[in-house]
Design a protein. Structure first.
Length: 187
């Protein structure tokens, strides 16, 4: 998919403004947000090297690895080797075991996130959806990406249960990045 920010900015603004967090996710969202806040210094270190805001680094870390610093930011694979899952064979340089910060910088720069200057809510939506992949938008356009919207009234069911494997009945149990961002902002 060739997602373009200018085509989607309005959609993201509308979704953010109308987002309602599901009460069943409130505790999990608060727990995840507190984990991100507790690790702010490590996220700020990566932010200083990439210009990606610390809280965006934290959101990605929670989504990909449950804030586990033993895992690659790319996809949650262990730092003891290059990544195996998509994107595979990352970081392309260096030797395992990888330092979390070095791997995180590789993950963010491979997605060109260091080039983003204006991190609006809409831009965060766009870059996080792009980070996770445009499969929902391209192949299941009636299902908004649970990576962004799980735990809100914008998402009910339908998810990729593995890379490229779709299930229309599966429900994401993971909190999405946008209700997590809202919870972070409230804390």
């Amino acid at each position: 998919g060739s997602m373009r920010f200018q085509d989607l900015e309005g959609e993201y603004a509308t979704l953010w403004a109308s987002m309602v967090c599901r009460s069943s996710f409130k505790d999990a969202l608060k727990d995840s947000a507190n984990k991100i806040i507790a690790n702010k210094a490590r996220y700020e270190a990566v932010s200083s090297m990439t210009n990606v805001p610390w809280f965006v680094v934290g959101l990605i870390h929670q989504m990909e690895a449950g804030c586990d610093f033993g895992c690659h930011l790319h996809n949650g694979d262990p730092l003891s080797a290059r990544t195996v899952s998509v994107p595979a064979k990352r970081p392309a340089t260096g030797k395992a075991p990888y330092k979390w910060e070095a791997s995180a910088c590789d993950a963010l720069t491979m997605k060109r996130l260091e080039a983003i200057k204006d991190w609006t809510i809409e831009r965060i939506c766009f870059e996080l959806e792009r980070y996770n992949g445009s499969g929902y938008r391209d192949y299941h356009p009636t299902t908004l990406s649970p990576y962004l919207w799980s735990g809100t009234t914008h998402y009910a069911r339908g998810k990729y249960v593995a890379d490229g494997k779709w299930s229309s009945s599966a429900v994401s149990g993971q909190s999405g990045a946008m209700p997590l961002l809202k919870t972070l902002m409230e804390l």
